[in-house]
Design a protein around this ligand. Structure first.
Ligand code: 2AL
Length: 243
């Protein structure tokens, strides 16, 4: 099967890292195509960044539809454009926050999230409520590292994430940690070793869930709100969406 892993930001080094993490857990017959939009923010750390990145995600789904794709992963922890992407395809589309919350809830009664910045933590809290997972999460914590610091200085970032995860282990009464950024995908095993708790990372969780849905022949429902968007003209920069 062919999975298209969309890093919604435009930082190619992060896309490579996400692709490698996906490939490391993929089944032998799974092809991983890791991409990022040509235009958009270099990192996603605000509602504005998410709004712009969502357009890039939709463009990448359209490109995936043109070349044949069995499932998509949106590899940013705000799951930008998730519902719009689902409207554009019958293939399953999995957001990494959604995947990580669900996977963590299968191995622990309660988990905490360790994300990058306090403000993106607020986005994660909103998603927990939206997905009906808030009662499984004890706390969303932030290591207060900008997303691109994960690229520039991974060792320093690793230490801050482990410090926060150890505080979560001591104070939150949890059974697992969820990592709250696509850019943390390469650190999972090291963090799990340092913290001594199961660590759920969204890219790898989403790949495993996407493979399961494809195996079960479960596709995005076209009954109701996830049906293809109504055809209509789009003007200006978005004329490419006219149908
Ligand atoms: C993210 C992410 O996963 N990628 C990105 O650019 N911003 N979200 C986050 N919570 O740090």
């Amino acid at each position: 099967m062919r999975l298209r892993i969309i890093n919604p930001n435009t930082t190619a080094s992060m896309t490579d890292k996400i692709g490698a993490a996906a490939l490391a857990v993929a089944r032998p017959g799974t092809e991983i195509i890791a991409v990022n939009p040509a235009s958009g923010p270099v990192s996603i750390e605000s509602h504005f960044d998410e709004a712009i990145a969502a357009v890039g995600v939709c463009d990448e789904v359209r490109a995936g539809e043109a070349t044949g794709t069995d499932a998509y992963v949106i590899a940013c922890f705000g799951d930008p454009g998730l519902y719009a992407a689902r409207e554009l395809t019958r293939a399953p589309v999995i957001g990494i926050a959604e995947a990580a919350f669900h996977m963590a809830s299968l191995i622990a009664t309660r988990f905490s999230v360790v994300t990058t910045l306090g403000r993106t933590g607020i986005v994660a809290e909103r998603l927990l409520h939206e997905y009906g997972m808030a009662n499984r999460c004890r706390r969303v914590r932030a290591a207060e590292i900008p997303v691109l610091a994960l690229e520039r200085n991974p060792q320093a970032a690793f230490e801050l994430i482990v410090e926060e995860a150890l505080r979560a282990r001591r104070e939150d009464g949890i059974g697992a940690i969820v990592l709250g950024c696509g850019g943390m995908a390469d650190l999972t095993d090291q963090i799990a070793q340092a913290v001594g708790l199961p660590v759920v990372e969204g890219v790898t969780a989403a790949v495993a869930l996407a493979e399961s849905l494809v195996t079960l022949k479960l596709q995005t429902s076209k009954h109701g709100d996830l049906d293809f968007p109504p055809a209509k003209p789009f003007s200006g920069d978005f004329a490419r969406y006219s149908r």
